[in-house]
Design a binder for this molecule. Structure first.
Ligand SMILES: [Mg+2]
Length: 231
């Protein structure tokens, strides 16, 4: 069984800034302060939130995070329903997901810095949420490197066995996705469809690199799946 863990932003889709804007608006509405210029790419939402709180000298607590999350989810839902925000799927994603979905010997999952609710809002916007029935999210851990163990436990709970590490892949658009794969001894696939340049990604030493995921056959071959007869 191959296990493919996809990052969301920059790997599967781009929200055209709706995600960042919603976070900024939510922070302003809850705390009446601007979001500081915190680097977001590759970080988990929990990590970003804690970073901003520290910057403003506000004490983190579960209830603070809960309050902020609700404000963010409300705004994200509105922002995604707006027509001119320029959200789009990354090249090749739709064909890749429909192709992978036809393979019984592969599980498609998420390993994302998004909170679970916002992750599914973004996927649902493109009607691709049904491809992902399992994942690991910012709710599980603020440290991206610790999302994989959370995923493995969840997978085991659902299917009754642990995936093999040499058959598990993390697919992402930033060096932090590659780092999470290296840290956990699973296979990294970097794709330059998002927030990091080709050069930055190659410097992070991924096992595999793609400019984008347009070439479905090449991707299938890379992960070692036999092409489907019906494809
Ligand atoms: Mg990303």
């Amino acid at each position: 069984m191959k296990v493919l863990l996809f990052d969301i932003d920059g790997t599967i889709l781009l929200t055209g800034g709706a995600g960042k804007r919603s976070m900024e608006d939510a922070f302003l509405s809850v705390y009446n302060r601007p979001l500081s210029d915190v680097p977001m790419a590759g970080r988990t939402d929990s990590q970003i939130f804690r970073h901003i709180l520290r910057h403003h000298d506000i004490q983190w607590s579960i209830s603070e995070e809960k309050k902020f999350k609700q404000a963010y989810f409300d705004r994200l839902e509105l922002a995604l329903s707006g027509i001119a925000h320029g959200a789009r799927l990354c090249p090749g994603i739709h064909t890749l997901l429909t192709t992978l979905d036809r393979h019984d010997d592969c599980t498609i999952g998420l390993l994302t810095g998004n909170w679970k609710i916002s992750a599914y809002m973004k996927l649902k916007y493109f009607n691709i949420d049904h491809y992902f029935n399992i994942g690991s999210f910012a709710d599980d851990n603020e440290d991206r490197n610790l999302l994989l163990p959370a995923f493995m436990r969840r997978f085991n709970g659902l299917y009754g066995y642990m995936p093999l590490k040499d058959e598990s892949f993390i697919i992402g658009d930033t060096p932090r996705d590659v780092e999470a794969a290296l840290y956990n001894n699973v296979i990294s696939i970097a794709v330059a469809s998002g927030f990091a340049s080709k050069q930055e990604l190659l410097q992070s030493n991924p096992q595999y690199f793609f400019d984008d995921l347009e070439d479905t056959d090449a991707f299938i071959k890379t992960i070692g799946l036999t092409p489907c007869k019906t494809s």
